[in-house]
Design a protein around this ligand. Structure first.
Ligand SMILES: C[S@@+](CC[C@H](N)C(=O)[O-])C[C@H]1O[C@@H](n2cnc3c(N)ncnc32)[C@H](O)[C@@H]1O
Length: 222
């Protein structure tokens, strides 16, 4: 059986150069990344330094009051997304794995914005409708097969002009195959086409790490 294509999308030298010219992560994030890399069986899922600084930069640009993250993992991206929140800002992050939520919580509790980060344990498809918020910034980073469902559920809950970032939209280069193979790569490819056809949003696909889709809900919809 043919193995799915796994392209090293970014030249390792380019990645190292980009990281070397990006603001360093703080000590808490460095500790969390190192802990995740040494202790977690799925360590590759952590956003890490470069993507983390990008998410923090987006957060500082948007200055969100309400942030939603779908897919907490060990909490790295949530800490980055919290950086630009307003003083009364609140971040809600969802994951279905208790051990990850517990680990993330232990790091949130050591962060200055920890009391404004709310963890939710369970299936995001069930939890999202229970959160009565109007989202300013959303990070989509959970099960790929549900990306279209999350998008359809969350876009109406975002304020006009709000922002969403979706991770892994290049899915290790597997979306470049013809035909696209594998359940997750197919789901991501379908999601990318879905966003492209969604008249409620504008988007730009960024080739950072595994691909990020930066999406803006049109304010004309107000
Ligand atoms: C790629 S990781 C998130 C990485 C994290 N955002 C970061 O950047 O460090 C995806 C996470 O989504 C969670 N997840 C997958 N399906 C889910 C679902 N249906 N509901 C809630 N969480 C889910 C997994 O347990 C996993 O921790």
């Amino acid at each position: 059986m043919l193995k799915p294509m796994h392209i090293d999308l970014i030249l390792p030298q380019a990645q190292a150069y980009a990281e070397a010219h990006t603001t360093p992560q703080d000590t808490l994030l460095a500790e969390l990344e190192a802990y995740t890399l040494t202790h977690h069986a799925h360590a590759h899922m952590v956003s890490g330094h470069l993507q983390g600084r990008f998410l923090a930069m987006i957060s500082r640009m948007v200055q969100p009051r309400r942030v939603l993250e779908v897919g907490t993992f060990t909490g790295y991206s949530a800490l980055c997304l919290a950086e630009g929140m307003t003083e009364d800002g609140q971040l809600h992050t969802i994951d279905c794995r208790p051990e990850d939520v517990q680990l993330a919580r232990s790091f949130f509790d050591r962060s200055p914005s920890g009391d404004r980060i709310h963890t939710h344990l369970g299936d995001a498809m069930e939890i999202i409708p229970t959160l009565q918020e109007s989202w300013d910034l959303v990070f989509l980073d959970a099960d790929k097969v549900n990306y279209i469902n999350y998008h359809e559920m969350i876009i109406p809950l975002m304020r006009p002009g709000a922002w969403m970032v979706a991770d892994n939209v290049l899915f290790h280069g597997q979306v470049l195959e013809d035909p696209v193979k594998g359940k997750n790569a197919k789901a991501i490819d379908a999601y990318n086409r879905h966003v492209m056809e969604d008249v409620r949003v504008q988007q730009v696909m960024l080739t950072i790490r595994d691909g990020l889709m930066l999406i803006r809900k049109k304010s004309e919809l107000a």
